[in-house]
Design a protein around this ligand. Sequence first.
Ligand code: ADP
Ligand code: MG
Length: 246
Amino acid sequence: MSCEIDIRGLTKRFGANTVLDGIDLCLQPGERVAIIGPSGTGKSTLLRCLNFLDRPDAGVLKLGDLTVDAAKASRAQILALRRRTAFVFQNYGLFANKTARQNLTEGLTVVRGWSAARAEARADEILAQIGLADRGDSYPASLSGGQQQRVGIGRAMALDADLMLLDEPTSALDPEWVGEVLDLIRRIADGRQTMLIVTHEMQFAREIADRIVFMEGGRIVEEGPPAQIFGDPRDARTRAFLRRVG
Ligand code: ADP
Ligand code: MG
Protein backbone atom coordinates (compact mmCIF):
# COMPACT_ATOMS: atom_id res chain seq x y z
CA MET A 1 0.00 0.00 0.00
CA SER A 2 1.55 3.27 -1.10
CA CYS A 3 0.83 6.42 0.86
CA GLU A 4 0.68 9.46 -1.39
CA ILE A 5 0.31 11.44 1.79
CA ASP A 6 1.72 10.00 4.98
CA ILE A 7 1.35 11.54 8.42
CA ARG A 8 3.36 9.89 11.21
CA GLY A 9 3.29 10.70 14.90
CA LEU A 10 1.89 14.18 14.44
CA THR A 11 1.91 15.89 17.82
CA LYS A 12 0.80 19.35 18.86
CA ARG A 13 0.67 20.94 22.28
CA PHE A 14 -0.73 24.28 23.33
CA GLY A 15 1.05 24.84 26.64
CA ALA A 16 0.29 21.84 28.82
CA ASN A 17 -2.59 20.79 26.58
CA THR A 18 -1.69 17.96 24.17
CA VAL A 19 -4.14 18.59 21.36
CA LEU A 20 -2.73 16.08 18.86
CA ASP A 21 -1.32 13.00 20.49
CA GLY A 22 0.54 11.13 17.77
CA ILE A 23 -1.69 11.09 14.69
CA ASP A 24 -0.87 8.50 12.00
CA LEU A 25 -2.73 8.73 8.73
CA CYS A 26 -1.99 7.46 5.23
CA LEU A 27 -3.86 8.70 2.18
CA GLN A 28 -3.86 6.94 -1.17
CA PRO A 29 -3.78 9.06 -4.31
CA GLY A 30 -7.28 10.43 -4.93
CA GLU A 31 -8.57 9.28 -1.56
CA ARG A 32 -11.27 11.31 0.15
CA VAL A 33 -11.17 11.09 3.91
CA ALA A 34 -13.72 12.63 6.26
CA ILE A 35 -12.78 13.41 9.85
CA ILE A 36 -15.54 13.41 12.42
CA GLY A 37 -15.54 13.78 16.19
CA PRO A 38 -16.62 15.92 19.13
CA SER A 39 -15.66 19.57 19.21
CA GLY A 40 -12.40 20.47 20.93
CA THR A 41 -10.91 17.16 19.87
CA GLY A 42 -8.15 18.51 17.60
CA LYS A 43 -9.73 18.18 14.15
CA SER A 44 -9.01 21.77 13.09
CA THR A 45 -5.57 21.63 14.64
CA LEU A 46 -4.78 18.50 12.64
CA LEU A 47 -5.67 20.22 9.38
CA ARG A 48 -3.85 23.39 10.38
CA CYS A 49 -0.71 21.47 11.33
CA LEU A 50 -0.59 19.87 7.89
CA ASN A 51 0.29 23.15 6.27
CA PHE A 52 1.86 24.78 9.31
CA LEU A 53 -0.93 27.26 9.99
CA ASP A 54 -0.25 25.75 13.41
CA ARG A 55 3.28 24.53 13.92
CA PRO A 56 3.38 20.88 14.99
CA ASP A 57 5.77 19.90 17.80
CA ALA A 58 6.67 16.52 16.36
CA GLY A 59 5.89 14.15 13.55
CA VAL A 60 6.84 13.49 9.96
CA LEU A 61 4.76 14.64 7.01
CA LYS A 62 5.24 13.15 3.58
CA LEU A 63 3.51 14.53 0.48
CA GLY A 64 4.68 12.77 -2.62
CA ASP A 65 8.44 13.24 -2.77
CA LEU A 66 8.47 15.92 -0.06
CA THR A 67 9.28 14.74 3.46
CA VAL A 68 9.20 17.18 6.34
CA ASP A 69 10.27 16.46 9.89
CA ALA A 70 7.94 18.81 11.73
CA ALA A 71 10.28 19.47 14.65
CA LYS A 72 12.98 20.87 12.38
CA ALA A 73 11.12 22.07 9.32
CA SER A 74 12.91 24.75 7.35
CA ARG A 75 11.21 27.82 5.92
CA ALA A 76 11.67 26.37 2.44
CA GLN A 77 10.05 23.06 3.43
CA ILE A 78 7.09 24.87 4.99
CA LEU A 79 6.58 26.87 1.80
CA ALA A 80 6.87 23.69 -0.27
CA LEU A 81 4.20 22.04 1.93
CA ARG A 82 1.93 25.05 1.52
CA ARG A 83 2.34 24.95 -2.24
CA ARG A 84 1.09 21.37 -2.28
CA THR A 85 -1.92 21.95 -0.06
CA ALA A 86 -5.01 24.13 -0.29
CA PHE A 87 -7.14 25.11 2.68
CA VAL A 88 -10.86 25.84 2.82
CA PHE A 89 -11.81 27.69 6.00
CA GLN A 90 -14.99 27.49 8.02
CA ASN A 91 -15.38 31.27 7.81
CA TYR A 92 -14.37 31.46 4.13
CA GLY A 93 -11.14 33.36 4.89
CA LEU A 94 -11.63 35.78 2.00
CA PHE A 95 -9.86 39.12 1.68
CA ALA A 96 -12.67 41.64 2.29
CA ASN A 97 -10.89 44.34 0.28
CA LYS A 98 -10.45 42.16 -2.80
CA THR A 99 -13.00 41.14 -5.41
CA ALA A 100 -13.98 37.52 -5.95
CA ARG A 101 -11.59 37.35 -8.92
CA GLN A 102 -8.74 38.93 -6.93
CA ASN A 103 -9.35 36.45 -4.12
CA LEU A 104 -8.83 33.70 -6.69
CA THR A 105 -5.72 35.19 -8.30
CA GLU A 106 -3.93 36.12 -5.05
CA GLY A 107 -2.60 32.65 -4.24
CA LEU A 108 -1.64 32.02 -7.86
CA THR A 109 0.45 35.18 -8.21
CA VAL A 110 1.87 35.32 -4.67
CA VAL A 111 2.38 31.63 -3.85
CA ARG A 112 2.72 30.17 -7.33
CA GLY A 113 4.46 33.12 -8.95
CA TRP A 114 2.11 33.19 -11.94
CA SER A 115 1.79 36.28 -14.15
CA ALA A 116 -1.33 38.41 -13.57
CA ALA A 117 -2.72 37.51 -16.99
CA ARG A 118 -2.32 33.77 -16.46
CA ALA A 119 -3.84 33.98 -12.96
CA GLU A 120 -6.82 35.98 -14.24
CA ALA A 121 -7.51 33.48 -16.99
CA ARG A 122 -7.45 30.69 -14.42
CA ALA A 123 -9.68 32.72 -12.08
CA ASP A 124 -12.28 33.21 -14.81
CA GLU A 125 -12.26 29.48 -15.51
CA ILE A 126 -12.84 28.81 -11.82
CA LEU A 127 -15.55 31.50 -11.52
CA ALA A 128 -17.45 29.67 -14.26
CA GLN A 129 -16.99 26.32 -12.52
CA ILE A 130 -18.32 27.66 -9.22
CA GLY A 131 -21.30 29.32 -10.89
CA LEU A 132 -20.08 32.88 -10.33
CA ALA A 133 -18.97 33.87 -13.83
CA ASP A 134 -20.88 37.15 -13.52
CA ARG A 135 -19.67 38.01 -9.99
CA GLY A 136 -15.92 38.26 -10.51
CA ASP A 137 -15.89 41.98 -9.72
CA SER A 138 -18.01 41.63 -6.58
CA TYR A 139 -16.55 42.11 -3.11
CA PRO A 140 -17.26 39.44 -0.48
CA ALA A 141 -19.63 41.69 1.47
CA SER A 142 -22.00 41.84 -1.49
CA LEU A 143 -22.06 38.04 -1.89
CA SER A 144 -24.25 35.60 0.02
CA GLY A 145 -22.61 33.24 2.51
CA GLY A 146 -22.96 30.42 0.01
CA GLN A 147 -21.34 32.48 -2.75
CA GLN A 148 -18.51 33.53 -0.43
CA GLN A 149 -17.76 29.95 0.49
CA ARG A 150 -17.89 28.95 -3.18
CA VAL A 151 -15.16 31.56 -3.74
CA GLY A 152 -13.26 30.10 -0.77
CA ILE A 153 -13.50 26.67 -2.34
CA GLY A 154 -12.73 28.06 -5.81
CA ARG A 155 -9.53 29.54 -4.44
CA ALA A 156 -8.50 26.09 -3.25
CA MET A 157 -9.50 24.57 -6.63
CA ALA A 158 -7.42 27.13 -8.50
CA LEU A 159 -4.29 25.96 -6.71
CA ASP A 160 -4.69 22.45 -8.09
CA ALA A 161 -3.08 21.13 -4.92
CA ASP A 162 -2.02 17.59 -4.09
CA LEU A 163 -4.15 17.75 -0.95
CA MET A 164 -7.24 19.82 -0.25
CA LEU A 165 -8.00 20.48 3.41
CA LEU A 166 -11.56 21.53 4.26
CA ASP A 167 -12.41 22.52 7.82
CA GLU A 168 -16.16 22.37 8.42
CA PRO A 169 -16.81 24.23 5.18
CA THR A 170 -20.58 24.50 5.72
CA SER A 171 -20.86 25.06 9.45
CA ALA A 172 -20.86 28.87 9.28
CA LEU A 173 -23.54 28.97 6.59
CA ASP A 174 -27.20 29.73 6.96
CA PRO A 175 -29.09 26.52 6.19
CA GLU A 176 -30.33 27.89 2.85
CA TRP A 177 -26.74 27.98 1.46
CA VAL A 178 -25.51 24.61 2.69
CA GLY A 179 -26.81 22.63 -0.29
CA GLU A 180 -25.02 24.59 -3.00
CA VAL A 181 -21.72 24.40 -1.14
CA LEU A 182 -22.06 20.65 -0.55
CA ASP A 183 -22.86 20.25 -4.25
CA LEU A 184 -19.63 21.99 -5.18
CA ILE A 185 -17.57 19.86 -2.78
CA ARG A 186 -19.29 16.76 -4.12
CA ARG A 187 -18.17 17.69 -7.63
CA ILE A 188 -14.57 18.16 -6.45
CA ALA A 189 -14.72 14.83 -4.65
CA ASP A 190 -16.11 13.17 -7.81
CA GLY A 191 -12.98 14.43 -9.60
CA ARG A 192 -10.95 12.37 -7.12
CA GLN A 193 -9.19 15.31 -5.57
CA THR A 194 -7.28 13.92 -2.59
CA MET A 195 -8.96 15.56 0.37
CA LEU A 196 -9.26 15.64 4.12
CA ILE A 197 -12.56 17.14 5.15
CA VAL A 198 -13.70 17.84 8.69
CA THR A 199 -17.47 17.86 8.68
CA HIS A 200 -20.47 17.46 10.93
CA GLU A 201 -22.62 16.59 7.90
CA MET A 202 -22.71 12.84 8.53
CA GLN A 203 -24.88 11.95 5.55
CA PHE A 204 -22.59 13.93 3.27
CA ALA A 205 -19.46 12.31 4.73
CA ARG A 206 -21.01 8.92 4.16
CA GLU A 207 -21.74 9.79 0.56
CA ILE A 208 -18.45 11.29 -0.59
CA ALA A 209 -15.77 9.76 1.61
CA ASP A 210 -13.79 6.62 0.91
CA ARG A 211 -12.91 6.48 4.58
CA ILE A 212 -14.16 7.97 7.83
CA VAL A 213 -11.78 8.85 10.64
CA PHE A 214 -13.25 9.30 14.10
CA MET A 215 -11.12 11.45 16.42
CA GLU A 216 -11.45 12.08 20.11
CA GLY A 217 -9.02 13.61 22.59
CA GLY A 218 -6.33 14.27 20.01
CA ARG A 219 -6.21 10.66 18.82
CA ILE A 220 -7.68 8.62 16.03
CA VAL A 221 -10.03 6.27 17.82
CA GLU A 222 -11.35 4.37 14.84
CA GLU A 223 -11.30 4.55 11.07
CA GLY A 224 -12.85 2.60 8.26
CA PRO A 225 -15.15 2.67 5.26
CA PRO A 226 -18.33 4.71 5.80
CA ALA A 227 -20.54 1.65 5.86
CA GLN A 228 -18.52 0.16 8.70
CA ILE A 229 -18.09 3.32 10.79
CA PHE A 230 -21.72 4.36 10.49
CA GLY A 231 -23.23 0.89 10.35
CA ASP A 232 -21.04 -1.09 12.72
CA PRO A 233 -18.79 1.19 14.81
CA ARG A 234 -16.43 -0.90 16.94
CA ASP A 235 -15.43 1.58 19.64
CA ALA A 236 -17.82 2.66 22.40
CA ARG A 237 -16.71 6.29 21.93
CA THR A 238 -17.59 6.20 18.24
CA ARG A 239 -20.97 4.69 19.05
CA ALA A 240 -21.67 7.32 21.71
CA PHE A 241 -20.70 10.15 19.35
CA LEU A 242 -22.82 8.84 16.49
CA ARG A 243 -25.80 8.43 18.83
CA ARG A 244 -25.43 12.07 19.89
CA VAL A 245 -25.20 13.51 16.37
CA GLY A 246 -27.45 10.99 14.65
P1 ADP B 1 -11.91 20.81 16.94
O1 ADP B 1 -11.63 21.38 15.60
O2 ADP B 1 -11.95 19.31 16.97
O3 ADP B 1 -13.16 21.39 17.56
P2 ADP B 1 -9.55 22.26 17.76
O4 ADP B 1 -8.46 21.67 16.96
O5 ADP B 1 -10.09 23.57 17.31
O6 ADP B 1 -10.73 21.19 17.92
O7 ADP B 1 -9.07 22.45 19.24
C1 ADP B 1 -8.53 21.41 20.01
C2 ADP B 1 -8.06 21.94 21.33
O8 ADP B 1 -6.98 22.82 21.12
C3 ADP B 1 -9.10 22.71 22.12
O9 ADP B 1 -8.94 22.39 23.47
C4 ADP B 1 -8.71 24.15 21.86
O10 ADP B 1 -9.11 24.95 22.92
C5 ADP B 1 -7.21 24.06 21.73
N1 ADP B 1 -6.66 25.11 20.86
C6 ADP B 1 -6.88 25.23 19.53
N2 ADP B 1 -6.21 26.28 19.02
C7 ADP B 1 -5.53 26.83 20.06
C8 ADP B 1 -4.64 27.96 20.20
N3 ADP B 1 -4.30 28.70 19.14
N4 ADP B 1 -4.15 28.22 21.44
C9 ADP B 1 -4.47 27.44 22.50
N5 ADP B 1 -5.30 26.39 22.44
C10 ADP B 1 -5.82 26.07 21.24
MG1 MG C 1 -12.71 22.73 14.45
